[in-house]
Design a protein around this ligand. Structure first.
Ligand code: ADP
Length: 190
């Protein structure tokens, strides 16, 4: 399976990505997690990304695309992958196509987890209390949702036009949402 997981911040991409990765035996590749790990380790990449992340803005495409390109060259992606948080702009989607084309590969499915702004804001504020992520404060959450609406939401029609989009309702129990996603993957590959 070569798949992309789309959805607004707080839709549950990270949680569901881990479950789908296990189920379909592919690595989950989260650009947000890679950036956070680099920030934590104080690498050059982390230093470049931190100010954007803390402000709720996208890290520049040049930085993000290069990082994903490197990651997709690693051995564990031979049997497929699940990208979480990438692409996030139409330009990144074009870049991903180019990377895959070089590898003579293409995407099988784009899974979009849907959830309205009120629900995701509530979840993110709750997560702020539990995990204390630097970008889970109210003004930064609002900014991330704006960036999503403006830059990432257009990917829905981009992938729908390609015929590989599957939308899944992200409201409900975690297990229930996982079942919907698994179902969406299976109904495409059968
Ligand atoms: P969320 O989806 O909850 O906003 P992520 O962990 O996916 O959280 O991303 C956190 C931050 O990392 C983003 O706000 C952004 O600054 C940066 N980031 C992650 N993925 C990308 C990407 N594909 N392009 C640019 N920036 C990204």
């Amino acid at each position: 399976m070569r798949a992309v997981l789309l959805g607004p911040p707080g839709a549950g991409k990270g949680t569901q990505a881990a479950r789908l990765a296990e189920r379909f035996e592919v690595p989950a590749i989260s650009t947000g997690d890679i950036f956070r790990a680099n920030v934590g380790q104080g690498t050059e990449l982390g230093l470049k990304a931190k100010e954007y992340m803390d402000a709720g803005l996208l890290v520049p495409d040049s930085v993000t695309n290069a990082m994903v390109r490197d990651r997709l060259k690693q051995d564990d992606v031979g049997g497929g992958f699940l990208l979480d948080g990438y692409p996030r702009t139409v330009d990144q989607a074009g870049e991903l196509d180019a990377m895959l084309a070089e590898m003579k590969l293409s995407l099988d499915v784009v899974l979009e987890i849907t959830a309205d702004a009120d629900e995701v804001t509530k979840r993110l504020l709750n997560r702020a209390e539990l995990e204390g992520r630097a970008d889970d404060t109210e003004p930064v959450i609002r900014q991330r949702l704006e960036v999503y609406a403006e830059s990432t939401a257009p990917l829905t029609s981009f992938y729908r036009d390609r015929g590989i989009l599957a939308q899944v309702d992200g409201i409900g129990e975690i297990d229930e949402v996982t079942s919907r996603l698994v179902e969406a993957v299976n109904s495409r590959s059968s």
